[in-house]
Design a binder for this molecule. Sequence first.
Ligand code: SAM
Length: 574
Amino acid sequence: MALSPVLESKRLTLQGQLDSAKTLAERNKLGQFPTPTMLATDILEYARTLLPPAVRIRFLDPAFGTGSFYSALLKCFATRRIAAAVGYEIDPHYAQATIDLWRGQALDLRLMDFTHATAPASNADKFNLLICNPPYVRHHHLTQAVKTHLLQAVQRATGLKLNGLTGLYGYFLCLSHAWLADDGLAGWLIPSEFMDVNYGQPLKTYLLDQVTLLRIHRFDPTDVQFQDALVSSAVVWLKKTPPPVDHIVEFTYGGTLAQPVITKDIPAAALRDSSKWTHYPRASIGPRPDRSGLKLADLFKIQRGIATGANDFFILSTDQIAEQNLPRECFIPILPSPRYLAADEINADIQGDPLIDRARYLLNCNLPEEAVKRQFPTLWAYLQTGVAAGIDQHYLCQHRTPWYAQEVRAPALFLCTYMGRQDTGRGRPFRFILNHSQATAPNVYLLLYPKPNLALHLDHHPRRITAVWHALNEIQMETLIGEGRVYGGGLHKLEPNELANAPAEKLLAVLPELSLNPSGQLRLLEEQMPYDVHPNTKHAPAAVARVQKAATRTQASKVKRKGTPHPSQGTRTP
Ligand SMILES: C[S@@+](CC[C@H](N)C(=O)[O-])C[C@H]1O[C@@H](n2cnc3c(N)ncnc32)[C@H](O)[C@@H]1O
């Protein structure tokens, strides 16, 4: 082994000094988060097992930093096996000190932007071992000019059209194709998000069609690899050679590359049909375990709660409303963040307001500014404080007319908290809430509105509302986690369409009359109902509509007494 431990410890000291001379924001801009020594060694050790012993190494790291991978290369491979070692680093702050650090080693470190470098023309000059932890720079931090350059360069290198939402790491991966020698090996330490999102599709196509995808290892997100960059990372191993027929890819999870906790072989054909690769290796291949095929989307319309654009301004307590003497009829109840809900079942007072400790109210006024000024002078004065604070210039407010108008979300009988960790006191990242109140909900909840067939059913069997709620909470946490995505540090998240995709078999158990026939009876039933699915319409079944109707009645009667039009008149339905 060629590296003295002293040199690695010098490198780590240098890394610490260089990092601490920059702010976190500066490091974020160029994705400057180093790979821990143990992980770099794990990666290079694994690379050694994949390379035939006689092969001499031509090594490339396109995002070099201070050279954690180069250091691990020297540790894991004898010097005589290393024919060439090249690195690219865009930032002189790191590159200059790094050149000094490795002086005396046969390293060619180039101080330039890798995305503008030209790949060697001949196969002999290309690289047979490429290891990279590319910058994790999100697409909205790339200027349009940079994006245009990157998209064109990737198209030249691979023929692929990447999605404009791709982060910089995706471009690094594709651009490196031109730098890899035939049969060359690449190991990429990248965020695993590309495996599940639409914009990751071209990258997955690249991995399945243009190279042989050997293995994807995902780290356990609770075992965060990068203390200062919360990402859930994966190592993607590929070989630059066309994939064999019936190719099988190894998916591993947890532990280390050498000793993963779970391993499963997945046929490339299954990956082609799978929109979520992070299901592997935990998911079984083949049909869903849900025998009925029924999904939550068949029973519920699912929407995210209200994004106000400035919660502190638009959501107030009773005391705040009283202090400012604001008109109570311009506010509707809204649930507080789930962390302030002591119980998962919310009861209501006679007005329909939730019986909870932290009652909150959302400004709900769509009247034009002139009308507010005339009818509700104290509210007008309050809005002026918002203008002075620049709230009318917030992105969402700018796109609304008037700027203080809010989205409309009828109170939902069932809600889901869709962001959370498994290691919390409750041990469940997602909870379903049963809401008997007239409160709407902010965007930290997903709102589940029963579709007409279910709403009608619950109307006839109101006691089943609680049974449905329990059944929702009985959906296996693993199943919901599998539908969603996970971020570094173990934060799980579910988008509305991901929750909609969750199996609803548990609900069928408590709704026997709604069992599906093979031709999809539920859908048929729904088609026969000639009314809008939105629970806010006058045709919606009473079980779902009554909450909203009661709310509207209360609002309307209050306003009628004043003889003024209702402040939320003209609101849009979701
Ligand atoms: C995630 S760090 C990895 C550093 C090192 N390889 C490691 O694993 O510890 C990414 C490095 O790429 C550099 N970088 C960012 N954009 C680059 C570009 N366009 N060309 C070359 N290097 C770049 C950053 O300055 C940073 O040092």
